[in-house]
Design a protein around this ligand. Structure first.
Ligand code: ZN
Length: 139
C-alpha cells in the first residue's frame, strides 16, 4: 500500500473543484485521474472538513472500513482494504512476525518439555521392567 499523500490546500481545492465540475462519482474521477481516493478524501478532511461533510454522501459509494490494526474508521482505495494506512499495515505485519516467532519459541519449549517427560517415562519404565510388577491397587 502506498503512503498516503496529503495534498496542499491549493492542490486540494483544484482537485475538488474539478471533481465537482465533472459530476462523476468520486471513485471514478480519482481512478481516471490516477489520484488515490483516500489522498483526496484525507486532503479534504484536512483543509475543507465542512465541505467534505456536506458532500461526502453525494459522491457515490466510497470504500470505507474499520482498520484491523488500530480499529479506526477509514476511507480506503479498494474494496478489500484492511488497514487505514501503510503504517498500520506494516505494524500488523510486524506483530504477526512477532506472533510467529513467539509461537515458535513456545513450540520449541514444549517440544523440549515433552522430550524430557518421554525420557523420564522410559527410564521409569525400565526400572519397573527390571524389578517386580507393582501390585494393582484395585485387587
Ligand atoms: Zn489503522
Amino acid at each position: 500500500m502506498a503512503k498516503r499523500q496529503i495534498r496542499d490546500k491549493k492542490t486540494t481545492r483544484k482537485m475538488w473543484d474539478e471533481l465537482l465540475e465533472s459530476r462523476q462519482m468520486l471513485r471514478h474521477w480519482c481512478y481516471a485521474g490516477k489520484v488515490p481516493a483516500s489522498d483526496l478524501i484525507y486532503s479534504m478532511l484536512k483543509h475543507f472538513p465542512a465541505e467534505w461533510e456536506q458532500w461526502k454522501d453525494r459522491l457515490g459509494k466510497l470504500h470505507e472500513g474499520t482498520c484491523e490494526f488500530c480499529t479506526r474508521h477509514f476511507y480506503g482505495n479498494v474494496k478489500a482494504q484492511r488497514f487505514c494506512d501503510d503504517v498500520c499495515a506494516r505494524n500488523n505485519w510486524i506483530s504477526r512476525q512477532e506472533d510467529f516467532h513467539g509461537n515458535k519459541r513456545a513450540r520449541d519449549t514444549e517440544y523440549r518439555e515433552r522430550k524430557r517427560e518421554k525420557k523420564q517415562a522410559e527410564t521409569g519404565q525400565a526400572a519397573v521392567e527390571s524389578g517386580h510388577e507393582p501390585e494393582d491397587p484395585a485387587r
